[in-house]
Design a protein around this ligand. Structure first.
Ligand SMILES: [Cu+2]
Length: 265
């Protein structure tokens, strides 16, 4: 190619790149601007059991290993319902942007607060039962027990089967795999079960023992909220995968009240 044409081509490419960079910077700014103008708010609510009678946790009959029973029986964890409040523990509640939408992230939450999220084995059960983390965080598995555990994580982009010896630990460097439940199992103890959820934003929570959840510094405006529980999947069935719109008010707490999970939906 003649030098003149090469120069012309390079100049055109530079012009196109500059124009593209300016356009995308403007778009990002607009998103940030809109969010800053509208502000940030808190979302709260309570996930409750919508059936009768209330399920009770029962000792898992398969657990025979003495080391597993040292701290008492291992109880079922699928439905953990508080009899006083009907609150359901271990539901995952999160904002999910629609296709092409980006959730503005509060300046104080741009980066994960901790490098590691921990999953422990104080007994022959995963603690916590449901692990949530942000993309970029690492999963630290601890085994303080006198017996080995096998942490098996099954996803599309994450597949691990790691033996953790007594007193040992392991750091899982996970690939981003967001908005889906990744089962966690133990190869040594078939009753052990948990789930891992990963998000590319900080707007998620797991319900506590009374079914309550709080998500702080969420972007004001209308965003989709998803509720998931391992026994029923998404609230609202398959369509619930994308959530339902909620209005988050700036500088206020938006209380969503009681969110009912029916045991069969
Ligand atoms: Cu185990």
């Amino acid at each position: 190619m003649r030098p003149y044409l090469t120069r012309r081509l390079a100049m055109s490419l530079a012009a196109i790149t500059t124009a593209w960079l300016l356009t995308s910077a403007c778009q990002q700014n607009r998103t940030l601007h809109a969010a800053l103008q509208e502000g940030w708010g808190t979302i709260t609510g309570q996930v409750v059991y919508g059936g009768d009678p209330l399920p009770e946790r029962k000792p898992i009959a398969d657990v025979k290993e003495p080391a597993c029973l040292e701290k008492g029986p291992i109880l079922t964890e699928v439905w953990v319902v508080d009899p006083k409040t009907r609150g359901v523990q271990w539901a995952v509640v999160f904002l999910k942007p629609a296709k092409g939408q980006t959730l503005p992230i509060h300046p104080s939450l741009q980066k994960p607060l901790n490098e590691f999220v921990t999953i422990d084995h104080p007994t022959c059960a995963f603690h916590p039962h449901i692990v949530t983390m942000r993309v970029g965080q690492k999963l630290l598995a601890l085994n303080p027990m006198s017996i080995a555990h096998n942490v098996v994580i099954t996803g599309f982009r994450n597949n691990f089967n790691i033996q953790i010896p007594p007193g040992g630990k392991h750091v899982f460097d996970l690939q981003p795999e967001t908005y889906r439940a990744l089962p966690i199992r133990c190869g040594a103890h078939p009753w052990m079960s948990g789930y891992l959820w990963m998000f590319d934003h900080p707007y998620f929570a797991v319900t506590d023992e009374t079914g309550r959840f709080t998500i702080k510094n969420a972007p004001a405006g209308t965003w989709n909220l998803v509720v998931w529980h391992e026994a029923i999947g998404y609230l609202g069935g398959a369509a619930g995968r994308d959530g339902k719109p909620i209005d988050i008010k700036a500088n206020e707490t938006t209380d969503l009240g009681k969110i009912e999970l029916k045991p069969t939906q």
